[in-house]
Design a protein around this ligand. Structure first.
Ligand code: NAD
Ligand code: LMR
Length: 442
């Protein structure tokens, strides 16, 4: 690999693109870059972000080549890393994922329950297409994929592109580590050593130490048992009211297993009734994102384009992007640092399905990742994970086989759906809404 790296961001029109570029530019001393490209299949959306980023790059780092394109050949030729952040169907379809299940008395959410299943059925094809572009035009590149729903997308990559250089990641545990660092008076999540196991958006921390090996869990447990994660500083990404509710609710999620610290997404599986009671069916999370993050990011970009300069603009650095920069650097420079990745289990959790995609710590270097064995897991987590991983596997099988039956089974098996009857009613509405995106089911 070259000493200065070339990067393409797939899903260039994402609200996260400016924050990621900001973070890349902030870390050039440890991860030098010669070229940044944006690729998206929505020319207009991407042009708004791309036009502003072009001005920033020209003013602040003219030595870095920059372009944005909807042409795969141009986007994927001569790149070392593909950072993938697609949202197939965009917010328009997220809106349906969140609101359709509500009509049937089930909560709707981006990555969990029926909404996550619907999004998964859209994402698989989009992400595979990006892998294929990478392999065609830059066969030595690595793809770091954080397109959601990561659990389903990761299972699809395991099944359908098992030899591809793809690493699936998620920023939620990083945000929680920021908060835990703050609880014990440390600044950065990198100051913590951790053990963790689970599926994506479905896992538990089992150890948190500082770099001297001191056990920080007792102090963190004490804190989480009282206020959840609500008063931790975090990465700055999740700050709206609905997130505060999730961070507070973590104390009730924690109560189910006081030996571990849970991922906040378990709220949806343990307390679906609470989630439903606290949802306004006319105004769900996607409305919040559009009113805040999307509006803020796009109006900042518009301001830069209109002014023709970004002189007075400070881009907010995206904290979850530090993780991406560090991971890319680990692959490029063989740093062997520890990261939480979504990888084939294959014995790392010995009493769990070897074919599952699990989220566990790994050491990352130039040849990829080495898994760190997490040992035997308790019955409670094992039971929950068996059920949830089956949902995820059935979704991928349904996508591959175009099977209505398997998708109905997936929805019925999801602990968020009360019966096969409700599962079928939701499924039929989702099929209608997703005609443009899902394979036709038989
Ligand atoms: P967004 O809608 O603002 O951006 C997504 C972009 O993807 C859009 O510009 C869209 O046109 C583009 N896109 C859709 N289908 C495409 C395709 N087939 N090929 C190329 N481009 C395509 O969405 P967002 O809110 O910024 O989120 C982007 C993604 O990042 C989502 O999948 C989100 O869930 C994910 N995300 C992941 C993490 C994580 O850590 N795992 C954190 C935050 C966001
Ligand atoms: C998003 O911000 O769109 C998601 O990735 C998570 C959330 O905040 O709902």
């Amino acid at each position: 690999m070259a000493n200065k790296y070339s990067i393409v961001i797939a899903g260039g029109g994402s609200t996260f693109t400016p924050g990621i570029i900001g973070m890349l530019l902030d870390n050039l001393d440890k991860f030098p870059i010669r070229s940044i490209k944006l690729y998206d299949n929505d020319e207009d959306r991407q042009a708004k972000i791309g036009g502003a980023m072009e001005i920033i790059l020209k003013e602040r780092h003219p030595e870095i080549d920059f372009l944005y394109t909807t042409d795969p050949k141009e986007g994927f030729t001569d790149v070392d890393f593909v950072l993938a952040q697609l949202r197939v169907g965009k917010y328009e379809m997220r809106d349906k994922d969140e609101k359709i299940p509500l009509k049937h008395g089930v909560f709707g959410q981006e990555t969990t329950g029926p909404g996550g299943i619907a999004y998964g059925m859209r994402s698989i094809g989009g992400v595979l297409e990006i892998i294929d572009y990478m392999e065609k035009y830059s066969p030595d590149a690595w793809m770091l994929n954080y397109s959601n729903p990561a659990a389903i997308v990761a299972e699809a990559t395991r099944r359908l592109r098992p030899d591809s250089k793809v690493i699936n990641i998620c920023d939620m545990p990083i945000d929680l580590m920021y908060k835990m660092a703050d609880m014990v008076g440390l600044k950065e999540w990198q100051e913590l050593d951790f053990s963790y196991y689970g599926l994506n958006h479905f896992g538990w921390f089992t150890a948190i130490n500082d770099k001297e090996g001191n056990d920080l869990l007792p102090q963190i447990k004490e804190h989480v048992s009282k206020t959840g994660f609500a008063d931790g500083i975090g990465s700055g990404q999740h700050v709206e009211e609905s997130w505060m509710e999730t961070f507070t609710k973590a104390k009730d999620v924690y109560a189910l297993d006081p030996e571990t610290i849970p991922n906040t997404y378990l709220k949806y599986y343990f307390y679906p009734d609470f989630v439903l009671e606290h949802t306004d069916p006319e105004h769900t999370r996607v409305d919040e994102v559009r009113e805040h993050r999307e509006k803020d990011v796009f109006s900042m970009c518009q301001k830069i384009i209109e002014a023709g300069t970004a002189k007075d603009i400070e881009i907010e650095l995206d904290a979850h992007a530090t993780y991406i920069v560090d991971l890319a650097r680990a692959l490029a420079e063989n740093t062997k640092e520890r990261f939480l990745l979504i990888v084939p289990n294959d014995g790392a959790v010995p009493n769990f399905d070897p074919t599952a995609m699990v989220e566990i710590p790994c050491l990352v270097g130039k040849d990829g990742f080495e898994k760190i064995n997490q040992g035997y897991i308790p019955q409670f987590q094992k039971g929950l994970m068996e059920q949830q991983v089956s949902v995820e596997k059935l979704v991928v099988e349904a996508w591959i086989e175009h099977s209505y039956l398997k998708l109905w089974q997936a929805l019925t098996l999801s602990s968020t759906v009360p019966s096969a009857k409700v599962a079928k009613a939701i499924l039929d509405d989702l099929i209608e809404a997703n005609k443009e995106y899902w394979p036709e089911l038989n």
